[in-house]
Structures are given as structure tokens and as C-alpha cells.
Design a protein around this ligand. Sequence first.
Ligand SMILES: O=C(O)[C@H](CS(=O)(=O)O)OP(=O)(O)O
Ligand SMILES: [Mg+2]
Length: 239
Amino acid sequence: MHIEVIATICEARSDEFLHKTVIVVDVLRATSTIITALMNGCKGVVPVETVIKAKELAREGDLLGGERYCKKIPGFDFGNSPLEYSREAVQGKRVILTTTNGTRGIQKATKADRVLAGALINAKAVAEAAIDLKRDTVIVCAGTQDVFSLEDGICAGLILDEIAAILGESQMMTNDFGLAMRGSYLEAKDRLLATLLACTNGKKMKKSGFLADVELCAKVNTTDCVPVLEHDQMVLYQR
Ligand SMILES: O=C(O)[C@H](CS(=O)(=O)O)OP(=O)(O)O
Ligand SMILES: [Mg+2]
């Protein structure tokens, strides 16, 4: 199985995704939030790029979620904190979500055969889903405003490590950036929270009062939920 890892959304050329599985990774926080919402019974998460589009798409009963500059968008129900997407809040509801990077990354990947959402919290499950889909796979690290974010790279490294553990080393092929990210993950694996808090985004989150989000997002394999894009919304992947 060949898995290419791409450092940022802007490096991703959407035509190259044809016939492939794409895993979009935005550990802090969009994909961690989408996974948490679906884990808590949300019907579907519609990822959109702009606030205007989110408002246009929202029908009666839908919830609006998202952030700009890490803060909840005025008039929206939720920001981009996974902790807001509790069972009480989202069960049976559809969420329209717009964030700075993660939802943009998902939109960029729509030419892929399948688009999955990955994070540290579902790394093993998303690795299993990608294997199950039997396609060449691209892991797109969302990054932050077109700049690489280490937490996304470390998560890509973990997903590669999970795939290698399942298939065997000789069956997991990756590009040089993927090799480097696997090395970064292996180096940081025993102190992931400290590593995330040392990253630019982790520091920003802590300063903005979102330490609990970083703590949640730094945990590994806490859920089997894998979001997959079906038409315009992310729903739970079923084998
Ligand atoms: O809300 C977040 O965690 C970030 C905000 S920022 O772009 O890092 O300022 O958005 P995300 O799309 O989840 O990276
Ligand atoms: Mg991010």
C-alpha cells in the first residue's frame, strides 16, 4: 500500500486525488471535532469553506459550528471545540461546520474516491478504514493558513505506523515526507501532550483558553469512529 503524506493544503493538487483515498488531518482542531460530533450521535457534519455558505446551507434544526481566529463565529451555535459537541448537543442533528483549515482541506479533497477524517483520537480506526478501501492513499496535513503544523505531521506519522503494524513493514510504502513524519511521531510518542503544547497551535490554543481541547486532541485511539464524506456531508464510515 502506498501512502503519500502532504504537508499543507496548498501543496495538495486535487487532480492527483482521483481514484485515491484521502485522509484529511487537522488535529487542532477541525477533524478532532468532526470525529467527536459523529461519535456523539451527530447525523452528519457538512464541511464548508465560508461563513456565508454555512448560513445559506443551514435548514431548520441544523446547528452552525465553526471559528475564525479560534473564536466562535457570531450567531453560530458552537465554535470549533470538540468539547462543545456533546451527545446532548448534537445527537440526531446535522452540523454545518466552517473552520480556517480543516474544512477547507476536506473541500480540496472532494475529487478523491473517498475522503476520510483522521486525528490522533481515531488514528488506528482511520488506518484500518484506509486499508479496507484498497486504494493508494494520500494523507493531507491541513496545516494552518498554508503553513505546516507539526501536530498534523505527527498524526500522519502515527497513521503510517498503524498501517505498518497491520500490514507489515514491507507492505507500507511512503514518500520522504511520510518517512520524516513517522520518525517525528516515534520520537514524540511518549510525550504527545507536551509536544502538542510546544507546537505553535498548541501554544495558541492554551493562550486562548483551550488547554482542555489540546488534552482531548492529544489522546491516541480513544474512538473507532471514522468520518467519511458522502455527497456533501461527513458521516460514519461503515465497513
Ligand atoms: O479552531 C482551530 O483550532 C483552528 C484555528 S487556526 O486556524 O489555527 O487559527 O482552525 P482549524 O481549521 O481547526 O485548524
Ligand atoms: Mg488546525
